[in-house]
Design a protein around this ligand. Sequence first.
Ligand code: SAM
Length: 363
Amino acid sequence: MSDINEIILKEVLVKGIIPFSRFMELALYCPKFGYYERQDVSPGRKGDFYTSVSVGALFGELLAFQFSEWLYALSVAKCQIVEAGAHDGRLARDILQEIKVLQPQLSDNLEYWIIEPSEARQGWQADTLGELARSVRWYRSWQETPETGVNGVIFSNELLDAMPVHRMGWDASERKWFEWGVILEGGRFAWSRMPQTNPEIGGALLELPQEFTAVLPDEFTTEVCPVALNWWRQAAGKLKSGKLLAIDYGLTADQFLTPARRNGTLRSYYRHHQSDDLLADAGNQDITAHVNFSAVQKTGESQGLKTEGLWSQAQFLTRIAGRIFERKGHHAAWNSGKVRQFQTLTHPEHLGESFRVLVQSAE
Ligand SMILES: C[S@@+](CC[C@H](N)C(=O)[O-])C[C@H]1O[C@@H](n2cnc3c(N)ncnc32)[C@H](O)[C@@H]1O
């Protein structure tokens, strides 16, 4: 049994049952032993999962082009790009390198902040960035960032879809939502209903119309993620002018509530194989759930942000590529390697449709 399994086991034995959100938090983020705390976990061919960053540098180059256009339009003396969920720092490196080429004069007025609670990951990021680390400032949380806030771009790639979710089930006879918890049964972790469910975590699920819940099957399961909404609320509060952007696996609220998703969207990945056995092999497999973009959008709007759009990754990156070609003409010609990267990032059967991009703005 792995160290992280021992830690979860102890907590389950003491408490009898723990919410799945706590299981996911420990499995992914327990200091030293959680999945994302391990240096051998890196997205890409050798890891458990691909991200757009592991496809190659083109993803960062396209984002850098878009960010520099947005920053240029702000006309402020000092601006910031703020990244969260930077993991091993590859995307920060790709973006900073490209901005130096695209807009060397912008580099002098630009601060790159990384919000990173884990000391271990801060270290990996600094190693990847090398010389570029000189233009980066690290903060462990939003609370630590300067009170002056952000004029620029706050963004993340696959941050919200990696945050711990509450797994909710519908009790058709009682007509109410309950929370799925984790117990020990026959020496293994197993699912069980939590004896009590804090009504507040249900969020928008509690507002579903009665005509809809009347036909919702018993134990219909879905996820809610108050941690992600809270993170977005804090980010929105920090943005003085510019854009707030998230790229994640995600759906709109109504897309969660369909017969095809009666078991929810949670899944785990081990060596690129998807599994529904979320409780197996904690600390050795990635766990992710789709982001509810309607809820995130509403949260930003409640903080005064304007929604610019919610696109598929394919739509978002294709528009950026179009503008690069418009601006640079034949100088923008890509070699075959870059064309292949673009196809992977935008093809519907690769990363183009499953990832969505939400952009909100503050004036
Ligand atoms: C799926 S990985 C994505 C890594 C990278 N952005 C990429 O696209 O390759 C999610 C990352 O988000 C980090 N993370 C989770 N919660 C966080 C938080 N509250 N603040 C900053 N990073 C966080 C995890 O530690 C992990 O490194």
